[in-house]
Ligand binder design. Structure first.
Ligand SMILES: [Mg+2]
Length: 207
């Protein structure tokens, strides 16, 4: 029996929800607050995201940004407002439904809890554990320590874990480097050796 680990954003769930939150709703609130047009607000907000950078834990946290920009709403309210944007990929649903019959499935995501819980709400019963690196481990990016720590918690060796995700470095190269059987999902370009559709995982896994 192996543990099969899935990235969330871009792998199980569409990025539309997350993108709407950061690139549409936040700039909209910023524009309202400071009396700017959307384009200008968007530029300022994006610049702030980039200046802080995704190596900083705060970059991932809606609460941090709402305070930083002094916005008049709460992230929770905005999340509620756009929750209809959450969409599980049909091929992901088929894959986890099939694999869950014989395997232990988990989620390993960078997304903060607020997003992750809502994002996989409809499919959470398929998974025995759902990890948010940023909220649970206070770590940005899925570094080797993250994968080691998960193996430790589940009392399995890296060789007993399969991981799949849509980030070449953090979902493929890094887990491979510690002995995890990892697969790169490339929905858009279908680069060589990558999975183009999550259902391909079923035939690629070596049991
Ligand atoms: Mg991803």
């Amino acid at each position: 029996m192996k543990v099969i680990s899935f990235d969330a954003d871009g792998t199980l769930i569409d990025l539309d929800f997350v993108n709407t939150f950061w690139d549409l709703e936040v700039p909209k609130l910023y524009a309202e607050k400071y009396g700017l047009d959307f384009e200008e607000a968007f530029r300022i907000v994006r610049k702030s995201y980039d200046e802080l950078g995704d190596e900083d834990l705060r970059w991932y946290q809606p609460d941090y940004w709402f305070k930083h920009f002094k916005l008049d709403e709460t992230p929770q309210k905005i999340i509620e407002k756009i929750r209809h944007k959450v969409k599980v990929f049909p091929d992901a649903l088929e894959t986890i439904d099939y694999l869950s019959r014989k395997h232990d499935l988990i989620v390993v995501s960078n997304a903060p809890r607020e997003f992750l819980d809502l994002g996989i709400k409809d499919i959470e019963h398929y998974f025995s554990r759902i990890y948010s690196c940023t909220s649970d481990f206070r770590m940005v990016r899925k570094k080797p320590e993250v994968y080691h720590r998960i193996c430790q918690e589940l009392s399995v060796k890296p060789e007993q874990v399969i991981h799949v995700g849509d980030h070449y470095k953090f979902d493929y190269e890094i887990p491979r480097s510690i002995g995890i059987e990892a697969y790169f999902l490339d929905r858009e370009n279908g680069s060589k050796g990558a999975l183009r559709d999550l259902r391909e995982l079923i035939n690629r896994i070596k049991f």
